[in-house]
Ligand binder design. Structure first.
Ligand code: 13P
Length: 251
């Protein structure tokens, strides 16, 4: 059985005091809940260390929003996988569309990051997704295939057990325009088929594929009821504890 994972990508939001406040609110709300899923938060780097202390003993797990693929050295401004491990991260988002478009990360760079994260025993949340222009010209599947094959190049079947895939259509991110459940399901199924061709039926059946892009408490249930949608990667709606909880409770 695949794990359902609800995760909150805080992006570049919340300083240290705001992070503490949000985590404490979430902890309070989760106190009387038994979530039917894994819950992960991705605060900015500057809050990770404190976040890791605050979530101890709770169901909340911790990840980072990015990392560099080198171990250490003259890479001003970058953070390594082992540094993230040292502050308590278990997961790392790689290949997010904002990294691909604003910071021009290529499939090749994302692939190096995925391999480095895996070798450091950090679990990658590997994001893929097409632009609006790509959907409109009917090349969604080609784009997704290029991103999946490029990002997973050289990743072993054993390593696939530690990867979560997130399908985030770029046109649905932060726009309030969610993919319809059937649009999302169609791409999720396509991704699972690609994994089956590249690995095996078992690996394809086991890999968690999250949907991301304007997920809110009021649309989460319908998206999550699709057979190949195994969770949500939430942006805007995870910045308020009650709406993030609403999504967690919809599982
Ligand atoms: P929104 O939920 O704000 O659309 O962001 C989605 C996202 O990019 C999560 O990584």
């Amino acid at each position: 059985m695949r794990k359902t994972v609800i995760a909150g990508n805080w992006k570049m939001n919340n300083d240290l005091a705001q992070s503490e406040k949000l985590i404490n609110e979430l902890k309070n709300l989760l106190q009387n809940e038994k979530p039917n899923c894994d819950v992960i938060i991705y605060p900015p780097y500057t809050s990770l260390s404190e976040a890791s202390k605050l979530i101890k003993g709770t169901v909340i797990k911790l990840g980072a929003q990015n990392m560099y693929f080198e171990e250490s050295g003259a890479f001003t401004g970058e953070v390594s996988a082992s540094m993230l491990k040292s502050v308590g991260c278990e997961y790392v988002i790689l290949g997010h569309s904002e990294r691909r478009t604003i910071f021009e990360e290529s499939d090749e760079v994302i692939n190096k990051k995925i391999k480095k994260a895996l070798s450091a025993r950090l679990k990658p949340i590997f994001c893929v997704g097409e632009l609006l222009s790509e959907r409109e010209t009917g090349i969604t599947n080609d784009v997704i295939k290029r991103q999946i094959l490029g990002g997973l190049n050289g990743v072993t079947e054993e390593e696939m057990k530690n990867i979560i895939i997130a399908y985030e259509p770029v046109w649905a991110i932060g726009t309030g325009k969610t993919a319809t459940p059937s649009q999302a399901q169609e791409v999720h199924e396509f991704i699972r088929d690609l994994i089956q061709i590249d690995y095996s039926l078992e690996t394809a059946n086991d890999v968690t594929i999250q949907y991301g892009g304007s997920v809110k408490p009021d649309n989460a249930k319908e998206l999550l009821s699709q057979k190949d949608i195994d969770g949500a990667l939430v942006g805007g709606a995870c910045l308020k504890a009650d709406s993030f909880l609403g999504i967690i409770k919809s599982v």
